[in-house]
Design a protein around this ligand. Structure first.
Ligand SMILES: C[S@@+](CC[C@H](N)C(=O)[O-])C[C@H]1O[C@@H](n2cnc3c(N)ncnc32)[C@H](O)[C@@H]1O
Ligand code: SF4
Ligand code: SF4
Length: 357
């Protein structure tokens, strides 16, 4: 259950800060570990050197107590938290960490590749988190395996785990990263049908944001992007299930302009904490020692007063990344769509929570 009083107090504090021109985060994103068991070509954690990644995680990942300290600091500002990684469920203390977030009244969305959910007590998990965002880019084995860099066995394991989520009544929705490998199922709308069959209450999409550290692009060509956008817009207009959690404007803008449009980047509305407790200002694309702050040593307020946030005032480098587009929209667009999507989704499985938000 979300603590409504806590949420209202924090939102009032956030608005008061806004009124005097101070930026502060309102959503927390915790990247719990540098390790991931997948090989997604669009993601830096998809690195094929898994032994090296395990060593890195052992050396750099925050300990359980350090994460708890970070959670305490961040919970003074943020109304919601998103737990991701790497693969967050790969941490042996994963349940202890989400239980701690629950104990300090921080609502949690878990983002997971879902391949390890069978190793977790889902009845316990659903006491601590609000939803699982299942990263299901494709509902067909061939495209799934291509976008995620994994074998058919892993695809089957993930599908079985999605059924476990449904059986244990854990609220979940799907997020798909649209790349050149998985456009057809959006164009012919089979993604929606299959997502519904797999128990997804809602779906969310983003076109892939190409990595700057590799020499390949995974974005579909312009013509295909337009067809994908048109098809998703038709689905939104039809009001059929599953509901799309990203507003129609995102797809309209990409169809019409080839990118998402915004005045000022809203990356500052979220605090993104890396696996080692650092925060990059304004974001991961400006990764340099002078833009890196350590949350174990500094407070959120100090970091949010840093001069590098000014970069985000004019930067438009993220052309299609759904979460950055969303956080850069006027508060009214954001609130209207977010609340509508959230309450519809929750009401199907947790009616008491739908009333509380
Ligand atoms: C980095 S992953 C971490 C959590 C977990 N391993 C997973 O895949 O769900 C968080 C989210 O970022 C998405 N993602 C990864 N690379 C991306 C990219 N280049 N563009 C857009 N989204 C991306 C993933 O699909 C996932 O939904
Ligand atoms: S499963 Fe998640 S963290 Fe791992 S490589 Fe894929 S997108 Fe990245
Ligand atoms: S638009 Fe620029 S500042 Fe904003 S998240 Fe993207 S790279 Fe960072």
């Amino acid at each position: 259950m979300v603590d409504t009083i806590r949420t209202i107090k924090l939102l009032s504090k956030w608005s008061a800060n806004r009124a005097i021109g101070k930026r502060r985060p309102v959503i927390a994103v915790f990247s719990l570990t540098h390790y991931c068991n997948f090989y997604c070509p669009m993601c830096p954690f998809g690195d094929s050197d898994k032994e090296g990644q395990i060593m890195l995680a052992k050396r750099k990942d925050l300990t359980t107590d350090q994460w708890k300290m970070v959670f305490d600091k961040v919970s003074k500002y943020c109304v919601w938290s998103i737990v991701e990684g790497g693969e967050p469920t790969s941490r042996p203390d994963f349940m202890e960490l989400v239980r701690y977030l629950h104990d300090i009244k921080m609502p949690v969305t878990l983002i997971s590749n879902c391949s390890l959910l069978h190793t977790i007590d889902l009845d316990e998990l659903k006491k601590y988190i609000q939803f699982v965002t299942c990263s299901i880019d494709s509902v067909f084995e061939e495209s799934y395996c291509k976008v995620r860099g994994v074998s058919l066995q892993i695809y089957r394991r993930v599908m079985d785990n999605l059924n476990l989520l449904t059986e244990h009544k854990v609220p979940h929705y799907f997020n798909s990263v649209i790349t050149k490998y998985n456009t057809q199922e959006f164009i012919d709308k089979t993604y929606f049908e299959r997502a519904k069959q797999l128990g997804a209450n809602a779906v969310s999409f983003t076109f892939v944001e190409d990595r700057s550290d590799v020499d390949y692009s995974l974005l579909p060509d312009r013509h295909t992007m337009v067809r994908v956008c048109e098809s998703i817009l038709e689905h939104i207009e039809s009001k059929a299930d599953p509901q799309v959690m990203i507003p129609a404007e995102y797809f309209q803008q990409i169809r019409d302009h080839g990118r998402g449009m915004f005045d000022e980047c809203g990356v500052w509305k979220s605090i993104f904490v890396n696996g080692n407790g650092t925060v990059m200002v304004p974001c991961w694309k400006f990764n340099s020692p002078e833009n890196t702050y350590n949350l174990l040593e500094k407070d959120v307020g100090e970091i949010w007063d840093a001069p590098q946030w000014d970069i985000a005032r004019t930067c438009h480098d993220c052309e299609v990344l759904g979460c950055i587009w969303y956080s850069s929209q006027p508060v009214s667009t954001f609130a209207k769509n977010y609340m509508r999507g959230l309450s519809k989704m929750i009401s199907q499985e947790k009616p008491e929570l739908a009333e509380a938000i």
